[in-house]
Design a protein around this ligand. Structure first.
Ligand code: TRP
Length: 346
């Protein structure tokens, strides 16, 4: 059995235990605030987060702002991106009075864990990380020290609050593996402080952008959660399709048509091929109408809640201030334990 199917199997068993014993788990998850959250985030990770949160699992969500600059020169409109993400999390069902939503840059003690953690890994181990390699290749620029070491930083994200459950897509699995290695080595060297967190592989369907490529704000092919119905309709109207009237699901040969079918399938719960047969010979216009209605219906409640929350200009800020306060309290406590274990209490 390859290591991916082993992880998948462990993940399935874990899923069953979480449903029975939600109180045993603390989830730490999050993302880089590089842009507005879109359908890919929603179906890929946010819906899974909400599911665990609803089961009663204690939830920490990090907006990894330092991770934004692993592969670029500037942070961009990071503050807006962070505030928008907070609105989306809460609109999606994360209750900020139960969950801790916070940012890297506001939690100094979390960042300090990076120093002892870096001493526990070798340069060769860092260079072997397949996700770092892929991201380096995609960035098309020199490997920054932060890109090379960000999986260690991510270990600090997870371990500062002793998170023991990390719902991730496939591409973040190597980071959870490294986090386990770091926890184990720290405990061996200095005494038991950290749990070895488990990865929970999210069933995350790969959500294509409207042109069939990966959904990404920089490609202009992403439907964001914050869009209005009209903006959604306009974006879908401009999506590239082809002139064949008969609609069929074929991601290789018909990426645009198939991306619209997948988008509609995720929002309606009806299989792509079934939707294609329903549209039959009615062409791309009918497909676009169906996809637009599917997205707008599915996200109507989310967008209504989001707009209501956004009416209070201080809402996101207040959530974050409280989240950062809680995260700091926990990070300070953990750093104290680390210092005691290492004998650096003066
Ligand atoms: N690397 C994650 C991403 O690409 C974001 C992230 C940062 C994260 N820190 C984390 C995810 C800790 C899980 C746990 O979206």
């Amino acid at each position: 059995m390859d290591s991916f199917s082993a992880t998948r199997e462990r993940s399935d068993r874990l899923g069953a235990d979480i449903a029975e014993n939600p109180g045993r788990y603390r989830v730490l998850t999050g993302e880089r605030p590089t842009g507005q959250l879109h359908l890919g985030h929603y179906f890929g990770t946010i819906s899974e987060r909400v599911r665990l949160h609803d089961l009663g699992v204690e939830t920490f969500v990090i907006l990894a702002d330092y991770q934004v600059i692993t592969d670029r020169d500037g942070l961009g409109p990071v503050r807006d991106n962070v505030f928008h993400a907070v609105l989306d999390y809460v609109a999606a069902g994360i209750d900020p009075s139960l969950a801790t939503i916070f940012t890297h840059s506001a939690v100094p003690a979390l960042n300090q864990l990076m120093l002892p953690f870096l001493s526990l890994v070798t340069e060769a181990e860092l260079h072997r990380n397949p996700t770092v390699k892929a991201e380096h290749a995609a960035a098309g620029r020199a490997l920054s020290g932060l890109l090379l070491t960000y999986p260690v930083h991510q270990a600090a994200d997870i371990l500062f609050c002793k998170g023991n459950l990390v719902p991730v897509g496939k591409d973040n699995l190597p980071h959870v593996e490294l986090t386990r290695v770091i926890a184990r080595r720290f405990n061996e060297r200095y005494g038991q402080v950290f749990p070895e967190p488990e990865a929970l592989l999210t069933p995350a369907p790969e959500v294509p952008g409207l042109d069939g490529r990966k959904m990404s704000k920089s490609y202009g092919n992403a439907i964001t959660l914050a869009m209005t119905s009209d903006e959604t309709a306009a974006l879908i109207r401009r999506a590239p399709t082809d002139s064949e009237r008969r609609i069929s699901f074929d991601p290789e040969l018909r990426p645009g048509v198939s991306a619209l079918l997948t988008t509609a399938a995720l929002c309606t719960g009806v299989d792509e091929k079934v939707l294609a047969d329903r549209i039959g010979d009615s062409g791309a216009g009918a497909l676009k109408n169906l996809a637009t209605a599917a997205v707008n219906d599915f996200f109507a409640d989310h967008r209504r809640r989001r707009a209501e929350l956004a009416r209070d200009p201080d809402f996101a800020h207040t959530v974050l201030r409280e989240g950062n306060r809680r995260a700091n309290e926990i990070a300070d406590r953990t750093l104290d334990e680390v210092r005691s274990a290492m004998g650096t209490v003066y």
